[in-house]
Write a protein that binds this ligand. Sequence first.
Ligand SMILES: O=C[C@H](O)COP(=O)(O)O
Length: 258
Amino acid sequence: MPAGADRPAEQPGSASPSPSPQEPTPGRPVLRRAEVARMIDHTLLAPAATDEEVLALCAQATRLGVGAVCVAPTHVYLAAASIRRGDRDERTPTAAVATVVGFPHGNHLTVIKAEEARRAVADGATEVDMVIDIANAMDENWQAIETEIIEVRLSVPPHVILKVILETALLPDESIIAACRAAEAGGAEFVKTSTGFHPAGGASVRAVRAMARAVGGRLGIKASGGIRTADQATAMIDAGATRLGLSASEDVLAGFPV
Ligand SMILES: O=C[C@H](O)COP(=O)(O)O
């Protein structure tokens, strides 16, 4: 079962209600299913996820044409092997393998996050989503956040994409902006809204807009946590998201025209 599939939309981790995106943003072409699929990190991070469920996720990823799968560190090796096999059989473009570090609470020692990232890359991950030490953001200790990001950045090769999870439901806009700047200074490629596991909630249009104001055009912006419909996904993209972390990828994509 995909992570969060057993949660109703308004439970912890769900995306905040957003303005209806039914009216297309002026000047933006209609979003097509294949284009949105390439923006998706198809995600399974449920603590009890089995190997069988990870293999099903990878098969689905290949079928849907998503940009990446995102799995727990313990499943990276399996996912990377499965994606490679699926690509050979189906002759479809390769989905990247992403994983998480310091997940979901973020209060692991920096040295543990750095080693977790290094091992994940050795196992086949090319994208790493690290959770910041959220207490540092509550304390507005931006230097500590930047230092930790630098440590993780230095633990993996330059080609690895580093995404920094801020748990934005806990933060006012000014803190989101400051954390995004610390992520940029620390060498991250992306900032990401949420783990999808915090009781305060998941992605919101408010947070994505603040992130876009801070680093849009320079860093990628990943909206994740509680996005269950094409309307919610569209609202995130219109707010500035360039990636979507979704466990409900199939349902979301079904709402976009081919
Ligand atoms: O990192 C991504 C999230 O865990 C995905 O959250 P979701 O299951 O609410 O889509």
